[in-house]
Design a protein around this ligand. Structure first.
Ligand SMILES: Nc1ncnc2c1ncn2[C@@H]1O[C@H](COP(=O)(O)OP(=O)(O)OP(=O)(O)O)[C@@H](O)[C@H]1O
Length: 352
């Protein structure tokens, strides 16, 4: 494997002029501006191998877009080193643009008033793609993204999902090795999201395109990215496998058991706690009753409490079971807990 993105100790500070309140304050701010420094990215190092799909996540204002903009050469870093596909983005931006594709979910690089096909043709000249190669790529992308039903429609009349498919085609016509996606599924319905995800997986498999994706949608991450990078306040909090995050911060799993109808009378006799909620006597340590609803019992238990089969055996020894299922903690919940409780700050040497 070879490294395609290599960023070391990246830093980006913005100078923001503070505005004083009132008319006189406003005038004073013009002649004597008071400046505040925003550290959008601090000491961020990142290496991505060719062919990887990596998710960049973090709360609003974490520094994700700023990072992507430095990696594409749109913004000059305040410190640190970057090599992307062997190039220095800020100094070799034009060369780099031929090797990378960028899609910002909230913006389009297509021409509003032109039919999609015309936009896609125009891009050939911008990227200077040889005609035969462009023709072949467009043919493939029309099929992969199913563009034909709206390829003659002006971009302004496309639905959000159709426009996103058009934007993906536009970003890929010059066959970039690396694709940056900033919120590619934002605002899309479930079907459109699934379609975009399927396409990205196919692209990664068929063309080995490296994908770096920022998203607030954890389903994007779960479907597409084996590796995740969590940043907050411009700092890297976590860089590793998504599955390890579950094991490490997974919180509780849930066992959902449906008891035989003959148990309803016994369940009705269960004692209530002071708060009026039902209790289940003698629950093993680390297990709690989450819900009791007719014949359905939900028990929450940590991974370290006991293995799932032992909890089923414990319940089966006391009640007649009709059905048992498990619910894993949602990756979205896990990541929210990580932000809210600063669970990872200790890892980067900051007091928790
Ligand atoms: N051009 C700018 N001038 C001043 N401050 C900026 C500028 N661009 C970004 N910032 C600040 O830098 C920080 C990081 O912003 P950034 O847009 O990178 O966050 P983000 O993680 O992409 O957020 P979101 O999920 O909301 O898009 C924020 O505090 C933001 O206000």
């Amino acid at each position: 494997m070879t490294v395609i993105i290599d960023a070391q100790a990246l830093q980006k500070n913005f100078r923001v002029a503070k505005r004083r309140p009132g008319i006189f304050g406003g005038l004073r701010s013009i002649v004597d501006p008071e400046v505040r420094i925003v550290s959008a990215v601090q000491d961020l190092s990142l290496q991505v191998q060719r062919g990887e799909m990596v998710g960049l996540v973090g709360p609003n204002g974490a520094g994700k877009s700023t990072t992507i903009k430095m990696l594409t050469g749109i913004l000059t870093p305040s410190g640190g080193e970057i090599r992307v596909a062997g190039l220095t983005p800020i100094h070799q931006r034009r060369e780099l643009s031929k090797r990378i594709g960028v899609v910002f979910g909230q913006r389009t690089q297509l021409w509003w008033d032109l039919p999609l096909l015309d936009s896609l043709q125009l891009l050939r000249h911008l990227y200077r793609v040889p005609e035969a190669r462009h023709r072949e790529n467009l043919k493939q992308l029309r099929v992969m993204l199913d563009l034909d039903e709206f390829i003659d429609t002006p971009v302004r009349q496309l639905s959000l999902g159709q426009r996103m498919r058009g934007d993906l085609a536009a970003a890929l016509l010059h066959e970039p090795e690396l694709l940056y996606l900033d919120e590619p599924t934002i605002g899309l319905d479930v079907v459109a999201k699934a379609r975009i995800r399927e396409f990205l997986l196919a692209l990664n498999t068929q063309r080995s395109t490296t994908v770096l994706i920022t998203t607030h949608d954890m389903d994007d991450i779960e479907t597409l990215c084996p590796r995740i990078l969590i940043i907050d306040h411009g700092r890297k909090l976590y860089d590793g496998a998504v599955k390890d995050i579950r094991t490490r911060f997974g919180g509780e799993r849930t066992l959902i058991a449906v008891l035989d109808g003959s148990e309803l009378a016994r369940l009705a006799m269960l004692p209530s706690a002071e708060d009026g909620l039902a209790t289940l006597p003698d629950l093993p340590a680390g297990v709690r009753l989450l819900k009791l609803d007719g014949p359905q019992i939900e028990l929450g238990f940590g991974r370290e409490a006991l293995p799932a089969h032992e909890l089923v055996a414990w319940l089966g020894a006391r009640y007649t079971l009709r059905d048992v299922t498990f619910r894993e903690p949602d990756i979205e919940d896990i990541i929210r807990r990580i932000y809210e409780k600063d669970l990872l700050l200790g890892d980067i040497g900051m007091p928790v």
